[in-house]
Design a binder for this molecule. Sequence first.
Ligand SMILES: *[C@@H]1O[C@H](CO)[C@@H](O)[C@H](O)[C@H]1NC(C)=O
Length: 122
Amino acid sequence: MAIVPMSFILILFLSLISKGFCACSLDNININTIRSGREIQGKPEWNVTVINNCNCPQKLIKLTCKGFQTVENVNPSILSKEGDKCLLIGGNQLVRSASVKFSYAWDPAFIFWPSESSIVNC
Ligand SMILES: *[C@@H]1O[C@H](CO)[C@@H](O)[C@H](O)[C@H]1NC(C)=O
C-alpha cells in the first residue's frame, strides 16, 4: 500500500536530481586565453579555449564580443560576430567537457565572457 507513494516520492526525487545535474549556467562555460608566442602583423597571437563544464550539452553559445578586433582571420564557423556578440560554432551543441579553440591576434588581448547559452536536457 505504501509502495505507490514511495515510488512517487522516488520519481520526484530523481527528477529533482536530474534537474540538479542539468542546473548549469553560464558559469559552466570556461574561457581561457593564453599567448601563443607568435606575432601576426606585429600583434601578439592569443589562443582561446572555450570549455563546456556542464554535465549537459550547451548550444547557441554566445560570447561578448563588443570591440573585438583581430588581424588574424577567425573561421566564422567557429566564431562569427553578430553585433556585440559572437556566436560559437554556428550555434551547434558543445557536449560535456568538449572544447572549442580559436586564435586571434590583437594588442591587447580581448577578454571574452560567456553571454548566452541554451542548456540541452540530458
Ligand atoms: C596556439 O594555436 C595554434 C594554432 O591552433 C597552435 O599551433 C599552437 O600550438 C597554440 N599555441 C599554444 C601555446 O597553445
